[in-house]
Design a protein around this ligand. Structure first.
Ligand SMILES: [Zn+2]
Length: 252
C-alpha cells in the first residue's frame, strides 16, 4: 500500500496489476474505490484498513466491469456508488458480470457483488476530501473517473494505463469516437498531479500528459490502419484486442 498523497493510498494487486484506492476522511472514515481483485486481496485490504483505524463509509465503482464492482463483508454495509448509466448497465448485464467473477476470481460473496446505487450529483457526498466525478462512455458505458482536487489525484478507472492500450467498448455504435470523447474529457481535467489507472502504475503530471499523448497516438494510428508502434502491445491478449479494434475502425 503506497501513500501517494497525504491520506490517499493505492494498493496494487498482482492479478492484472489492478489498483485499489483508499481516501482517508474524517474520524477514521474512508472512501474505497474499486476494491480488487481476489478474495485474498480484499481480506488483506480489510486487515490493512483495520490496522490503520480506517473504516469505509462510502464506495465508488469506476465502471461496470466485474473487477471494479467487488466488495467484502469486512468493509461493512455502506453506500456504494457508480454513475447512473453504470448502474443501469449492471442491472442489465448482471449474469455476465457474475460469470466473470466466478471464472476469474472465485469465492467472493456474490450477495455483495455489484450492489451499487446511482450517484445523482457530480460529487460524492461523504465526510472527506472533495471527490468530483468525470463521467464518460469510453472503455465502458457510464465510466466515472474521480478527481480529488485538493490532492490533485485523478483516479482514472480503466483509462490512461502505462500497461494497457486504450481498450475500446466495441458494443458502442462509434467505439473510436466514444473513446476519444472520454479521453479528451480526462485530458482537460484541471490540476492533475497524479494519475491512478485501474490497471498499471501511478504516474505524475508529466506521465499523465505522456499517457494522454500515447493514447491519442494509438487511436490515430489504428484508425488510419497504420502500425501504432505502441510498446504496450506486449502481451497476446492486448494484441488480440488491438486486432478487434482494427476490425472496427471507421471506414472512410
Ligand atoms: Zn474495465
Amino acid at each position: 500500500m503506497d501513500e501517494i498523497a497525504p491520506g490517499v493510498f493505492v494498493a496494487t494487486a498482482e492479478k492484472y496489476t489492478t489498483t485499489t484506492t483508499v481516501v482517508a476522511g474524517a474520524d477514521g472514515g474512508c472512501l474505497l474505490i474499486d476494491p480488487a481483485v481476489t478474495v485474498a486481496d480484499l481480506a488483506e485490504l480489510a486487515g490493512w484498513l483495520s490496522e490503520r483505524g480506517l473504516r469505509p463509509v462510502a464506495g465508488w465503482s469506476t465502471h461496470p466491469h466485474w473487477d471494479h464492482l467487488l466488495w467484502s463483508a469486512a468493509f461493512g454495509e455502506v453506500p456504494r456508488y457508480a454513475t447512473p448509466r453504470a448502474v443501469a448497465v449492471v442491472a442489465r448485464e448482471l449474469p455476465g458480470l457474475v460469470s466473470g467473477v466466478r471464472e476469474s476470481a472465485p469465492g467472493h460473496d456474490l450477495s455483495l457483488f455489484a450492489r451499487v446505487e446511482p450517484l445523482l450529483d457530480r460529487e460524492i457526498d461523504w465526510a472527506g476530501p472533495r471527490a468530483v466525478v468525470y463521467a464518460h462512455n469510453a472503455h465502458a458505458p457510464g465510466h466515472g473517473a474521480v478527481l480529488l482536487p485538493d490532492a490533485g489525484v485523478l483516479i482514472a478507472g480503466d483509462m490512461l494505463s502505462d500497461l494497457e492500450i486504450p481498450l475500446l467498448d466495441l458494443d458502442e455504435a462509434d467505439p473510436f469516437g466514444g473513446y476519444r470523447e472520454g479521453l479528451e474529457l480526462l485530458a482537460a481535467v484541471p490540476g492533475v498531479r497524479l494519475v491512478v489507472p485501474g490497471h498499471g502504475h501511478v504516474g505524475d503530471h508529466a506521465e499523465f500528459r505522456r499517457r494522454v499523448a500515447a493514447d491519442r497516438g494509438y487511436l490515430d494510428a489504428t484508425e488510419a490502419d497504420a502500425d501504432p508502434a505502441d510498446p504496450r502491445l506486449a502481451e497476446d491478449w492486448l494484441r488480440a484486442e488491438h486486432a478487434r479494434h482494427r476490425e472496427r475502425r471507421p471506414r472512410r
